[in-house]
Write a protein that binds this ligand. Structure first.
Ligand code: HEM
Ligand SMILES: *[C@@H]1O[C@H](CO)[C@@H](O)[C@H](O)[C@H]1NC(C)=O
Ligand SMILES: *[C@@H]1O[C@H](CO)[C@@H](O)[C@H](O)[C@H]1NC(C)=O
Ligand SMILES: *[C@@H]1O[C@H](CO)[C@@H](O)[C@H](O)[C@H]1NC(C)=O
Ligand SMILES: *[C@@H]1O[C@H](CO)[C@@H](O)[C@H](O)[C@H]1NC(C)=O
Ligand SMILES: *[C@@H]1O[C@H](CO)[C@@H](O)[C@H](O)[C@H]1NC(C)=O
Ligand SMILES: *[C@@H]1O[C@H](CO)[C@@H](O)[C@H](O)[C@H]1NC(C)=O
Length: 322
C-alpha cells in the first residue's frame, strides 16, 4: 500500500513537472482555437476580406502591422497598445508615427471575435492571421498560421525605434539587421517581397529620387512630380509601381531595372554580382519560388519571441491591457 501511494505520488509530481515544463516551453499550434473558438479563423478572414474590399491598401497595412509587431520584442501585439501614464508605446515611434495604419480594422476584428468567444483569442494571433488573410485576399499564396500567442502587458517606443529597419540601410546593414533577428539573407530577400503591396511616403524615398544614381531616370522624374524636394512629406507612391494591390513577384522584376522605390529595396539588386542579385532574379522569373519562400519566412517571423502558456494575457481590447 505504502509503495503504491509513494508510486502514485511520484507519478503525480512527475506529471505536474511535465505540465510546468510544457507551459514554460509551450509551442504554437495550428489547431489552438479548434475547440475554444472554432469560428475564430473564419471570423477574422471575413473581416479582412471586407476591409480589403473596401480599401485594397488595407491588406498591405495589416501585413506591415504584423511585421512591426514581431520585430519589436516579439509577436505580442505590443504595437496595438495606446500610450498610458506607465509607458509611451510603439504607435508614436519613428517607423510607425504618421505611417502605420489598420488599427481600427483590428479593433473591428477583435470586437467581432470577442462576440463569438469572449476572452479567448489574442490580439497577437489576430495580427498573424490578418497578415496571412491579407496576402491571400490580394492574390498571394496561403500558409498555415501557428496560433497560441498571448498579448503583452507593456509596449516600448524606444524598442520600436531600435528594432524596425530603416530604409536608409545598405545591403550589409540589412543582412546584419535581419541576422540579428535570426533570419538568413535569403529570408531577408523573401520578406522584402512584402513591398509588392502598399505605399510609402515621400519622406521615405525623397533622397533616392533626387540624389541616387541607381534609379531608373524615367521613374525618378515621374516620382518627383508628387514628391517635391521640400514639402509634401506625406505624399504617397506605390512601393511596387506596377501592381501595388496585387501580391505578385513584380517587386523583384522592378528591382532588375532599378525601379525599387526605397533605397533599401534597390540594395537587394545591384546588377554587379551583389550577394542577393541571383535570388532577386530567381524570384522575378518564378513567382511560385517567391511565394513558397515568403510563406515559410512569414511562419518563422510569426514565431518571434512569442508569449505562450500563462505569460502575458488575452486582452479584451487590443488597445489596452486588461
Ligand atoms: C527589409 C527591410 C524593410 C524596410 C527598410 C522597410 C521599410 C518600409 C518603409 C520605409 C515603408 C514606407 C513607410 C511610409 O513611408 O509610411 C514600408 C512600407 C511597407 N512595408 Fe516595409 N520595410 C522592410 C521590410 C518589410 C517586411 C519584412 C514587411 C512584411 C513582411 C514589410 C511590409 C511593408 C508593407 C506591406 C508596406 C506598405 C504599408 C502600407 O501601404 O500601409 N516591410 N516599409
Ligand atoms: C473604407 O475605406 C475608407 C478609405 O478608403 C475609410 O475612410 C473607411 O473608414 C472604410 N470603411 C470601413 C467600413 O472600413
Ligand atoms: C500603471 O501601472 C500600475 C502598476 O502596475 C497599474 O496599477 C495601473 O493600472 C497602470 N496604469 C495604466 C493606465 O495602465
Ligand atoms: C554600409 O553602411 C555602413 C555604415 O554606414 C558602412 O560602414 C559600410 O561601408 C556600408 N557598406 C557598403 C557596402 O556600402
Ligand atoms: C541631395 O544632396 C545634396 C548634396 O549633398 C543635398 O544638399 C540635398 O539636400 C540632397 N537632397 C535630398 C532630397 O536628399
Ligand atoms: C526605366 O523604366 C522604364 C519603365 O518605366 C523602362 O521602359 C525602361 O527600360 C527602364 N530603363 C532602364 C535603363 O532600365
Ligand atoms: C518556433 O520557436 C520555437 C522556440 O524558439 C522553436 O522551437 C520552433 O522550432 C520554432 N518554429 C518555427 C516554425 O520556426
Amino acid at each position: 500500500m505504502a509503495s503504491t501511494s509513494k508510486n502514485s505520488s511520484f507519478k503525480l509530481r512527475c506529471c505536474m513537472f511535465l505540465v510546468l515544463i510544457g507551459a514554460a516551453t509551450a509551442q504554437l499550434s495550428s489547431n489552438f482555437y479548434s475547440s475554444s473558438c472554432p469560428n475564430a479563423l473564419s471570423t477574422i478572414q471575413s473581416a479582412v476580406q471586407a476591409a480589403v474590399k473596401n480599401e485594397s491598401r488595407m491588406g498591405a497595412s495589416l501585413l506591415r502591422l504584423h511585421f512591426h509587431d514581431c520585430f519589436v520584442n516579439g509577436c505580442d501585439a505590443s504595437i496595438l497598445l495606446d500610450d498610458t501614464t506607465n509607458f509611451t508605446g510603439e504607435k508614436t515611434a519613428g517607423p510607425n508615427a504618421n505611417s502605420m495604419r489598420g488599427y481600427e480594422v483590428i479593433d473591428t476584428i477583435k470586437s467581432q471575435v470577442e462576440s463569438v468567444c469572449a476572452g479567448v483569442v489574442s490580439c497577437a494571433d489576430i495580427l498573424a492571421v490578418a497578415a496571412r488573410d491579407s496576402v491571400v485576399a490580394l492574390g498571394g499564396q496561403s500558409w498555415t498560421v501557428q496560433l497560441g500567442r498571448r498579448d503583452s502587458t507593456t509596449a516600448s517606443q524606444s524598442a520600436a525605434n531600435a528594432n524596425v529597419p530603416a530604409p536608409t540601410l545598405n545591403l550589409s546593414q540589412l543582412i546584419t539587421f535581419f541576422s540579428n533577428k535570426g533570419f538568413t539573407t535569403q529570408e531577408l530577400v523573401a520578406l522584402s517581397g512584402a513591398h509588392t503591396l502598399g505605399q510609402a511616403r515621400c519622406t521615405s524615398f525623397r533622397t533616392r529620387i533626387y540624389n541616387e544614381t541607381n534609379i531608373n531616370s524615367t521613374l525618378a522624374t515621374s516620382l518627383q512630380a508628387n514628391c517635391p524636394s521640400n514639402g509634401g512629406d506625406n505624399n504617397l507612391s506605390p512601393l511596387d509601381t506596377t501592381s501595388p494591390t496585387t501580391f505578385d513577384n513584380a517587386y523583384f522584376t522592378l528591382l532588375l531595372t532599378q525601379q525599387g522605390l526605397l533605397h533599401s529595396d534597390q540594395q537587394l539588386f545591384s546588377g554587379n554580382g551583389g550577394t542577393t542579385d541571383s535570388q532577386v532574379s530567381s524570384y522575378s522569373s518564378s513567382s511560385s519560388t517567391f511565394f513558397t519562400d515568403f510563406a515559410n519566412a512569414m511562419v518563422k517571423m510569426g514565431n518571434m519571441s512569442v508569449l505562450t502558456g500563462t505569460s502575458g494575457e488575452i486582452r479584451t481590447n487590443c488597445r489596452k491591457t486588461n
